[in-house]
Design a protein around this ligand. Structure first.
Ligand code: PMT
Length: 403
C-alpha cells in the first residue's frame, strides 16, 4: 500500500546507516517515491552517491541548495512528504528534535513538517538507556511522533542488547501503519486464521492446506487501521504479526474455546480459519500399526464455531468465510443465513489465484440482503482492506452501531 506514497528518508550518523540502503530499495520496490536527506555524520558511514543511485534522485545534504520548484529545500521536502522516516535515528537527532533545535537540513525539515514522522532509533545500548535519551524519546512520543522500539541483538560495539535498528520489514510495517487511516480505533477485532489439526495418533492428524495468509492479512490490516486485534491461529509457518494478543491453537475444539473465551470483549469477529468439520472419534495413544486389512476411521462432528457465535452476536459484526469448489454464491448465501452472519466472504478454490496458500485471493462479498460484490484477483492484504471497508460501512452507515 506504499504505492504512490512520497517518503522522505532522513539518515543520521550511526553504523546502521548502511541499512538505509536496503530500506530505500524496499520502499522503492513497494512503489514509494523516496527523497533522501543525509546529515554530515551519515555521509561518514555511507556515501550520498550510494543513496542517490538507489533512490534514483539527488540526495539532500546541504541546507542552502535552491530547488527548481521551491525556494528552500526544507520546505519543499516537508511539503513533498506523505511521511518522514528517520532511520537510523541517533541520540543526537532525537535530542535535537526534542529540544526544538533546527540547525541542519534534516532537523529543519522536521520542524517545518506537519506530516506523520517515524523515528527508528539505533545506537549503543547504554546510550539508549541514558535518561536524557529516554526522556527525549518520551517527549517525542508525547508530541505525536511515532518512535519504534530498537531491536535486541549484537551491536557494532561488540556488546549485545537493545539498540539495533529495527528490522527492515518492521520499519516498512510501521510506515504502512503510520499512513493508514485509524478508522477502526474504537473496535476490538477477533480474527481466526489457518487450519486446525485433528489428531488420530501421536504422528497422524486430519488437516487442510490453509496457510493462514488470509487471516494474518486481516490481522495486519486491522492493526494498521487502529483496531485492538486478537488473533486466534491454527498451526501455520508464517511469522506472527504484531497484534495485541495471539492465541495459538491446534484443534477445532481448542479454537472453539479460544473464540468463546474472547468473544464477549470483541466488537467484530472475522472467521477466516479453515476449521475441520470432523475429528477422529478415537485418539490412539500409540502409533497405529499397519497390516494388510483396510482401515476404517470413525469421525465425529466438531462444533460449528461460527454458527454458535452467530446465535448470540448481539451488536457485534460477525463475518464468515465460505470456501467452495462449486456453486459459490448459492452455497455462500446458504451459510450466511444458516450461520446468521453479517457478511460472508466467498472464495472458490477453482478460481485462478484464489484460496489456500497463495498471496492473492478472488473474493465475493455477500451481505445480509444477499447482495453479492464480485471482486477481481488481488493480494490478500488488498482483499483484507476491502473487507474492513465493508465492515466499517456496516458499523457507521445504516448498519448496526451508530457512532
Ligand atoms: O489460509 P490461506 O491459505 O490464506 O487460505 C485462505 C482460506 C481459503 C482458508 C480462507 O479464505 C477461507 O475461505 N476460510 C474459510 C474456510 C472454511 O472453513 O470455509 P467453510 O465454508 O468450510 O466454513 C464457513 C465458515 O464457518 C468459515 O468462516 C469457517 O471459519 C467457519 N467454521 C467452519 C467449520 C466449523 N466447524 N466452524 C467454523 O467456525
Amino acid at each position: 500500500m506504499l504505492k504512490g506514497k512520497n517518503i522522505v528518508l532522513g539518515i543520521t550518523g550511526g553504523i546502521a546507516a548502511y541499512k538505509a540502503a536496503e530500506l530505500t530499495r524496499t520502499l522503492i520496490k513497494e512503489g514509494a517515491q523516496v527523497k533522501i536527506i543525509m546529515t554530515k555524520s551519515a555521509a561518514e558511514f555511507i556515501t550520498p552517491l550510494t543513496m542517490q543511485t538507489l533512490s534514483g534522485d539527488m540526495v539532500y545534504t546541504e541546507m542552502f541548495v535552491p530547488t527548481a520548484k521551491y525556494d528552500m529545500a526544507h520546505i519543499s521536502l516537508a511539503e513533498f512528504a506523505d511521511a518522514i522516516v528517520i532511520a537510523p535515528a541517533t541520540a543526537n537527532i532525537i535530542g535535537k528534535i526534542a529540544a526544538g533545535i533546527a540547525d541542519d537540513l534534516l532537523s529543519t525539515t522536521i520542524m517545518a513538517a506537519d506530516k506523520p514522522i517515524l523515528i527508528c532509533p539505533a545506537m549503543n545500548d547504554k546510550m539508549l538507556d541514558n535518561p536524557f535519551v529516554q526522556e527525549n524519546i518520551n517527549k517525542l512520543k508525547k508530541h505525536g511522533y511515532a518512535v519504534m522500539d530498537s531491536a535486541f541483538g549484537e551491536l557494532a560495539c561488540k556488546t549485545s542488547g537493545a539498540g539495533r535498528l529495527p528490522d527492515i520489514p518492521d520499519i516498512i510495517e510501521a510506515i504502512e501503519a503510520l499512513l493508514s487511516p485509524k478508522d477502526l480505533s474504537s473496535e476490538k477485532i477477533l480474527i481466526t486464521a489457518g487450519p486446525t489439526e485433528e489428531p488420530l495418533d501421536p504422528v497422524r492428524f486430519i488437516t487442510n492446506s490453509s496457510s493462514g495468509k488470509m487471516g494474518y492479512a486481516l490481522a495486519v490490516a486491522s492493526k494498521r487501521r487502529g483496531a485492538k486485534v486478537t488473533l486466534i491461529t491454527g498451526p501455520v509457518k508464517l511469522p506472527l504479526p504484531a497484534v495485541d494478543k495471539v492465541i495459538k491453537v491446534r484443534t477445532a475444539r481448542e479454537m472453539h474455546k479460544a473464540v468463546l473465551d474472547n468473544f464477549s470483549g470483541a466488537t467484530i469477529v472475522i472467521k477466516a480459519a479453515a476449521v475441520a468439520d470432523y475429528r477422529p472419534s478415537q485418539f490412539f495413544k500409540e502409533k497405529i500399526k499397519k497390516d494388510n486389512k483396510p482401515l476404517s476411521l470413525k469421525l465425529e462432528r466438531n462444533p460449528d464455531i461460527l454458527a454458535e457465535i452467530g446465535k448470540t452476536k448481539g451488536t457485534r459484526v460477525v463475518v464468515g468465510f465460505a470456501m467452495e469448489t462449486q456453486n459459490l454464491l448459492a452455497n455462500a448465501r446458504e451459510k450466511l443465513i444458516r450461520k446468521n452472519v453479517d457478511l460472508i466472504i466467498a472464495n472458490n478454490l477453482s478460481d485462478e489465484g484464489a484460496g489456500f496458500q497463495k498471496d492473492t485471493n478472488v473474493i465475493t462479498i455477500i451481505d445480509a440482503k444477499s447482495k453479492a460484490e464480485v471482486l477481481p484477483k488481488m493480494t490478500k492484504l488488498e482483499a483484507a482492506e476491502i473487507i474492513l471497508d465493508r465492515i466499517q460501512t456496516l458499523i457507521t452507515g445504516k448498519g448496526k452501531r451508530k457512532k
